[in-house]
Design a protein around this ligand. Structure first.
Ligand code: SAH
Length: 384
């Protein structure tokens, strides 16, 4: 098959239910329920070859061959961790790869999904930032991560599932890739897709205020906000985006989000860094901020705090606080009546913990692009 044919075909993974129905009706002249059958083949049974979609007629299968494809990310590399965590490095094209991580925990299985190759926000404590920003992922590349994990896990919706939650907490800022992320999240929640409950799909953002409002209008997913500091001076140092959308504005956007969701809580992520934001005065400031949020919503525990001990990576100037400092910070919050679980570090033996999702990406992508360059110059043999 020539490259041209490959690129002009519609990748069905790029479409959510609505888009797929439209494609079947407008492009193929087929009934909507055909789109539903195909969705089930792709997402429930992990079938990508139209020939194997046996409840479609021969003529339709031929038409699909001609006009469409189901192109999934390629597993470049995968690594299980001793604690059950599983990491994939997925090739999205010749030179870009992202990481996806599965984290099993009592009764649930969470997949951490990436939304961009690299990230442009430059949070000073995040390893993805050191990679810079390459590009947004397409809908197919985002939902493709779920597809790969679900196939590996033998996950079937409506049966005993191993994939119960998705968090958009991998590489990238999901709200900077708004449309593709929203479309992919719609497939995650669709019964014909992965059938996840709204609450079990979480979008994490560093705080893009206008996009939080937009999200409230089009989606019902859970919102997590990377706060990391209780005052603007400190937050701007950690999350430079804070200069544009300072804490007060960000908190107002979160209030509006929660109000629209009629009483859903918002999670505030707080990465603890030694001597930076882990002192008692920070805890007290954070408590006030969270209390104000509850008061605005007139709801106890409207603000949930998630404490994340900093995960170090090569070249960083930050350190993880010792356990006693983490416990002290947590206790101050608890004593003020605020539940604040400390996120256990998972998969750190495979560099899959928060902020470590860079791993071999740079090396591998660099090596690959060099390989391609050599190819173009008429060097090494053909590549698949
Ligand atoms: N850009 C989005 C999505 C990435 S989520 C966001 O910022 O929310 C990744 C989560 O891990 C965020 O809460 C991020 O702040 C946190 N994180 C990043 N680097 C980390 C590190 N080195 N150690 C611990 N947590 C980190």
């Amino acid at each position: 098959m020539s490259d041209l044919a490959a690129t002009t075909k519609q990748n069905l993974l790029d479409l959510d239910r609505e888009g797929l129905e439209r494609f079947f009706a407008d492009e193929l002249g087929e009934k909507r329920f055909r789109a539903h059958q195909v969705m089930k083949w792709i997402h429930h049974r992990h079938v990508t070859d139209f020939e194997q979609m046996t409840d479609l007629g021969k003529a339709l299968r031929a038409k699909l061959h001609e006009r469409a494809e189901v192109r999934v990310p390629q597993v470049q590399f995968e690594k299980p961790s001793a604690d059950g965590t599983h990491k994939w490095l997925l090739a999205m094209d010749g030179s870009n790869a992202v990481e996806t991580v599965y984290i099993p925990d009592k009764g649930r299985g969470t997949l951490c999904v990436s939304s961009q190759v690299g990230c442009g926000l430059n949070c000073t404590f995040c390893s993805t930032a050191t990679q810079g920003f390459n590009r947004n992922l397409s809908t197919a590349e985002i939902i493709g991560q779920v597809w790969v994990a679900a196939r590996h896990l033998g996950n079937v919706p409506h049966k005993q599932r191993r994939l119960t939650n998705v968090v958009m907490m991998g590489m990238g800022e999901p709200l900077m890739n708004f449309d593709n992320v929203v479309r992919a999240m719609s497939v995650m929640r669709d019964d014909l897709g992965y059938g996840l409950a709204n609450k079990r799909v979480t979008l994490s953002t560093s705080g893009l205020v206008p996009q939080i409002d937009r999200l409230a209008e089009v989606s019902d997913v859970s919102l997590a906000v990377s706060l990391h500091a209780p005052n603007d001076e400190l937050r701007t140092r950690l999350v430079p985006l804070n200069r544009k959308y300072p804490i007060a504005e960000l908190m107002e956007a979160c209030v509006r989000y929660a109000q629209r969701k009629r009483g859903e809580s918002v999670t505030f992520e707080y990465t603890l860094m030694k001597g930076v934001n882990d002192q008692p005065e920070h805890a007290r400031e954070l408590i006030r901020l969270m209390r104000d949020f509850d008061n605005r919503l007139q709801m106890k525990d409207a603000a949930k705090v998630n404490l994340i001990p900093f995960n170090p990576f090569p070249g960083t100037r930050y350190e993880r606080p010792d356990d006693a400092a983490i416990r002290r910070f947590q206790k101050l919050l608890n004593d003020a009546g605020r539940i604040a679980p400390v996120r256990r570090t998972r998969g750190d033996d495979i560099d899959a913990a928060c902020g470590q999702l860079k791993g071999q990406v740079m090396d591998r992508t660099r090596r690959q692009s060099e390989f391609r360059k050599r190819l173009q110059q008429g060097g090494a043999g053909a590549v698949a």
